[in-house]
Design a protein around this ligand. Structure first.
Ligand SMILES: CC(=O)N[C@H]1[C@@H](OP(=O)(O)OP(=O)(O)OC[C@H]2O[C@@H](n3ccc(=O)[nH]c3=O)[C@H](O)[C@@H]2O)O[C@H](CO)[C@@H](O)[C@@H]1O
Ligand SMILES: C=C(OP(=O)(O)O)C(=O)O
Length: 431
């Protein structure tokens, strides 16, 4: 099992290319199931989740080819993924695969819409929370599907096809919005999604579906209207830049100090997080190339932040912000409202000397002047990188174990940081 070793104290200077967004690439790949033609995606990040989803889609009969960047290349070229869904041979998504990646449950919507049936393993919970799928199932039932839970599988039928309907989500759900949006493109008549998620990744998927011939209005607002069409064609689409990866590296620079250009980062995708970083004392400037982040001399100021659906502060940057605030000049308050158990990093940050007290869903972080390196354990994707952020400013060596969590969502992390002067290396093998 790989580990990452960081020797803290080096400031960061240089350029970090920002990859395509994992959370857009995954639903875009799944959307290919809707088309009786070829969908070609560019700027797809080289990540474990992308490779696993390619396998899952291959299992349904898609011909998936991935070309482009070689491992270790840091240029902004991304990978090109060609998905040919002309023939779907299997509408079952098995437990062994779905349990390894939650987003693969989203194949339910496109399979039902195109094939009239689907049998998809329930994904189960994960480290950050129980993460039920009741809203996704409700949305498919609203579109006319009959769903039974059998032996851990959602078995869904829509013998006469899906029918447009009003879908009102009781709570904002990214996955629910993706699934409803994708399924409604091939449903007969009009679907209106109320209380839809407004995340940029929803807009990216809608943009691609429109290129494929779908009729969609309002993506990016909380009401999305879809007029169903009988078939979707192929398309070429470039995946948007990863706002969570960009926000993470911005926090690395805020923690370590220095001056870094986040090449290809799009500030309009995470204004709220950039404002929080400014409040914390980082200098942020949008340029034609991306976002320049600097912190020289000025210490880190504490902040009070609550996670919210877009356009609020993203839960996917909560752990990283907490890593940064461990060295702030005072007391920060970080409240998590999206997932009930997304504080697994607290105990690991404490191993580096952080002072964090939990009060229900709020973490009170008392900044300390010195963190000290230690062996720590990654518990989930974003928690793992919060430990890297803390390690960048800790005295001595921090070794992050269970790096496979990090590899789900951060392409070439150690290379990107090392190219800017961080003392960081991957240690391959057992241990
Ligand atoms: C691959 C991907 O894009 N993952 C993102 C997606 O996850 P995901 O789509 O799973 O997250 P949701 O937006 O659906 O979850 C939001 C909240 O709704 C609850 N809920 C959701 C569905 C449901 O059927 N029932 C229910 O109760 C969840 O438990 C959670 O409390 O959005 C999250 C919130 O921005 C991000 O942290 C994840 O990185
Ligand atoms: C929680 C995340 O991903 P997933 O929904 O795939 O678990 C994430 O990207 O931070």
């Amino acid at each position: 099992m790989d580990r990452i070793k960081i020797t803290g104290g080096a400031p960061l200077h240089g350029v970090i290319p920002i990859s395509g967004a994992k959370n857009a690439a995954l639903p875009l790949m799944i959307a290919s199931l809707l088309s009786e033609d070829v969908l070609t995606l560019t700027n797809v990040p080289r990540l474990a989740d992308v490779a696993l989803l390619a396998r899952i889609l291959g299992n349904h009969g898609l011909d998936v080819t991935i070309a482009g960047k070689r491992p270790g290349e840091l240029e902004l070229t991304g990978q090109t993924v060609r998905l040919d869904a002309r023939s779907i041979v299997d509408t079952t998504a098995p437990y062994e695969l779905v349990s390894r990646m939650r987003a693969s449950f989203w194949v339910l919507g496109p399979l039902l819409a195109r094939m009239g049936h689907a049998r998809v393993s329930l994904p189960g919970g994960c480290a950050i929370g129980t993460r039920p799928v009741d809203f996704l199932l409700m949305a498919m039932e609203r579109l006319g599907a009959k769903i039974e839970i059998e032996n851990g599988y959602a078995v869904a039928e829509a013998k006469n096809g899906l029918k447009g309907a009003e879908i009102d989500f009781p709570k904002v759900t990214v996955g629910g919005t993706h699934v409803a949006l994708m399924a409604a493109t091939l449903a007969e008549g009009t679907t209106v999604i109320h209380n839809a998620a407004r995340e940029p990744e929803i807009v990216d998927v809608a943009d691609c579906l429109i290129k494929m011939g779908a009729k969609i209005k309002g993506a990016g607002t909380s009401t999305i209207e879809i007029s169903g069409v009988s078939r979707l064609q192929g398309a070429h689409h470039r995946v948007i830049s990863d706002r969570i990866e960009a926000g993470t590296y911005a926090m690395c620079v805020a923690m370590a100090g220095g001056d870094v250009m986040l090449e290809g980062a799009q500030p309009e995708l995470f204004e709220n997080a950039l404002d929080v970083l400014r409040e914390a004392g980082a200098e942020i400037a949008a340029t034609n190339e991306g976002i320049r982040v600097r912190r020289n001399g000025h210490g880190i100021d504490p902040v009070a932040v609550t996670t919210e659906p877009f356009p609020g502060f993203p839960t996917d940057l909560q752990a990283q912000l907490m890593g940064l605030m461990t060295k702030a000049k005072g007391k920060s308050r970080i409240t998590e409202t999206i997932f009930e158990n997304r504080f697994m990093h607290v105990q690991e940050l404490a191993r580096l000397g952080a002072h964090i007290h939990l009060d229900g869903q709020t973490a009170i972080v008392e900044g300390v002047s010195t963190l000290k390196g230690a062996p720590v354990m990654a518990t989930d994707l974003r928690a793992s990188v919060s430990l890297v952020i803390a390690g960048l400013a800790a005295q001595g060596d921090t070794v992050v174990n269970r790096v496979y969590h990090l590899d789900r969502g951060f392409e070439s992390l150690e290379r990107k940081l090392a190219a800017c002067g961080a003392q960081i290396e991957r240690i391959s093998g057992e241990g």
